[in-house]
Ligand binder design. Sequence first.
Ligand code: GCU
Length: 397
Amino acid sequence: VASTIAAAEPADTNYDEKKVPPYELPKLLIDKASQSVGRSEWDSHRRTEILHLFEESVYGKTPKRQLSVRYEVIDSDANAFNGRATRKQIAAFFGEKQYRIDILLYIPNKSKGPVPAFLGMNFYGNHTVHSDPKIIQREKKKARGSFSKRWQAELIIDHGYALATIHRDQVAPDNYRNGFTDGIHPLFYTNGQKKPKPDEWGSIGAWAWSLSRVLDYLETNKQINASHVAVIGHSRLGKTALWAGAQDTRFAMVISNNSGCGGAALYRRCYGERIHHIMKKVSYWFCTNHRQYQKREHELPVDQHMLLALIAPRPLYVASATADRWADPKGEFLAAKHASPVYDLFDTSSLSGHEMPKPDQPIHSTIGYHLRTGKHDMTADDWRQYIKFANRFLKQE
Ligand code: GCU
């Protein structure tokens, strides 16, 4: 199919497989000392080496310092969704400045005992996730329930899962207007610091941090089985879910929906969105060090198969969409496939031996993959696959 570049896309975008440069991926199972890595070396040091490479060259370091936190349950109502769910809204206040993040949580009523959960960040506010009029609306840009299709809250509840969500802009506003003087970044600055250092976290790092903080809260809630939480995200928030799951092994499952460049897609394919494109618009998502790899993908010490391998042996789902060429579906599949050797070390099923499936033919090994027909979005069809996949791994006996 001849490639046409959409008006909004940069003129140098490559959509031609023949123009994908020959590339060699950095080796997952050879360590910095050039020694080959088996299961015990993976556990003892290789995993940590790779995590550090991502901190230094892609997302930046997440501060280790723990902030004090206080949770305030603002709302608890067992009559949500016509009595099928309990809605809870919890304000979490962090540090001395009592920085506030609002957690929206739906818990299915019919399940006995602690339930597994999906946790994801939303783009435009908790009130956009469902038309439920009781959801606290803290900002006005988008209407109530305007992203309910993307969230499928009732489908999730009816399958026995809780859903927890927070709003990205409440954690780190998704623009660089205030240059990291707002959101949570300043809570971690050392004396006189005004912005992150070159190897310190950008927005994706901050967003990922906040997902771990929601997991902290879920661990305190007896209705939730916090050891069965899937972290999920779409697009930039899919990049975020991957980075959260890579750093925080308490997440039992990780789901990347159309995460593309800086997410599940292999950088070295240089297909669709590339580092220099993403740097032009939203460099602040990454650490400053990441800028040096613009048009120099081959010099990166990592590629995204290594990010996905950091999830192993936990179940991982990577999903693409046919019309989402900007996110490079094939590059997303290949990263998942090339992460497989680490899953194989753990004797979990992987994508080794699989070729990229046709549209709408999901593969559910311990790594799940599908290419949904349609555009860049997270839909009911995607969710049906995620629930089916989660049923295998997160449902209690
Ligand atoms: C832009 C950006 C992508 C990102 C997407 C999104 O298209 O270039 O990298 O994934 O926005 O978050 O919707």
